[in-house]
Design a protein around this ligand. Structure first.
Ligand SMILES: C[S@@+](CC[C@H](N)C(=O)[O-])C[C@H]1O[C@@H](n2cnc3c(N)ncnc32)[C@H](O)[C@@H]1O
Length: 350
């Protein structure tokens, strides 16, 4: 049985609801904002019961957007996003497991009526997220691609990221939650079907993920939020030993020519406000919380993420890239050289 088949068996036959999970890897611990709780209350109980996500895949500003959900499962996130993109938007969920798709499909009409839409804005398709080319989807056609606790299960994670890049519109983003490890997971654990199915042993070592993302066309992945996973199942804990696992949400913008590091061009932005549920503060990522009205110095990449995306109308932009001031200090990189001038012992140098 190949990896995809054993994952299908796990999500189609072994698990019937989130209560059957053996760990909390596929569980969302994030505090859910009040307005989302209201939207989640509109979701059919059978769909909600088979939710196995590990994060909140809900970036800001979704109204009217075309969204693709990779590994949509029973459809919980799709039905949440359906309400957020509104009737003019569109949500497509792709999953390979028939039993999961059957639950999602069964409640299409129920949700359409619940949301008061004349026509459903959600669709589900059977497919493999490594082979989205087989679904005939148009290149550059999605504003946002989300995924919740799925890419760790894929046997070819680089192909998934490459496909996401291909399908995103320029300025669009892959915004996804997944499980990561603090080191490379040993091969014998990767072969363990339960550890793999529980979203643990397929998890990427975080730094391998960053390199994979860069190769797939996303040079500057931005971490939005993260939390350590507390594995309480003693048998599983004994098997994984000292490996630490984390749930993390990253956002990866598709912007041609984004730089590999944060470079300083003396640019700044000011958040004007106006984004729903982010009236006072807008969060680009874990390190960029932009208060309304306050000048915020940014690197060239952050400037472009705001300037060349759907966020543009909500910001004032200052500066250009004419003058380079070096590496943007405080963004993970610093000048590698020692600035202290040492006097040669005698004579000149060279
Ligand atoms: C942990 S569940 C998460 C489901 C959903 N995102 C949620 O939050 O409830 C993983 C889902 O990904 C699907 N999946 C895993 N690998 C896949 C692949 N290579 N292609 C398509 N779907 C996949 C499984 O069928 C399963 O429904």
């Amino acid at each position: 049985m190949n990896t995809n088949d054993s994952v299908k068996e796990y999500y189609g036959k072994v698990l019937q609801s989130s209560g059957d999970l053996q760990t909390n890897a596929c569980c969302t611990a994030t505090d859910t904002p009040h307005h989302l709780k209201q939207l989640l209350a509109n979701i059919h109980p059978e769909v909600a019961a088979r939710y196995y996500g590990c994060g909140l895949v809900r970036p800001d500003l979704l109204l009217g957007m075309r969204v693709l959900d990779l590994g949509s499962g029973s459809g919980r996130d799709c039905y949440l996003l359906s309400q957020l993109v509104g009737e003019q938007g569109y949500v497509l969920g792709v999953d390979m497991t028939e039993e999961q798709l059957a639950v999602a499909d069964r409640h299409l009409e129920w949700h359409r009526q619940k949301f008061g839409f004349a026509k459903s804005n959600v669709e589900f398709r059977k497919g493999y997220i490594e082979h989205l080319d087989q679904l005939g989807l148009e290149e550059n056609s999605f504003d946002i691609i989300v995924s919740n606790c799925v890419i760790n299960l894929s046997p070819d994670k680089e192909a998934v990221l490459r496909e996401a890049y291909r399908l995103l519109k320029p300025g669009g983003e892959l915004y996804f939650s997944d499980v990561y490890a603090d080191r490379r997971v040993p091969a014998e654990l990767v072969k363990d079907k339960v550890l793999y199915g529980e979203c643990l042993s397929g998890a990427l070592y975080w730094n391998d993920f960053l390199n994979l993302a860069k190769r797939a066309g996303f040079p500057d992945p931005r971490l939005v939020e993260d939390r350590p996973l507390a594995i309480e199942n003693q048998q599983i804990l004994a098997r994984i030993g000292h490996i630490a696992f984390f749930s993390a949400t990253y956002r990866l913008f598709k912007l041609d020519g984004l730089e590999s590091h944060c470079e300083d061009y003396g640019q700044a932005v000011v958040y004007r406000g106006g984004i729903a549920h982010a009236e006072h503060r807008f969060q680009l990522d874990k390190h960029h919380l932009l208060e309304k009205g306050r000048i915020f110095p940014v690197c060239g990449n952050s400037y472009r993420m705001l300037h060349e995306s759907r966020f543009n109308p909500y910001f004032d932009f200052f500066g250009n890239t004419d003058t380079h001031y070096g590496i943007f200090e405080g963004c993970g990189s610093t000048l590698p050289f020692d600035k202290t001038v040492q006097q040669p012992a005698s004579g000149g140098c060279c």
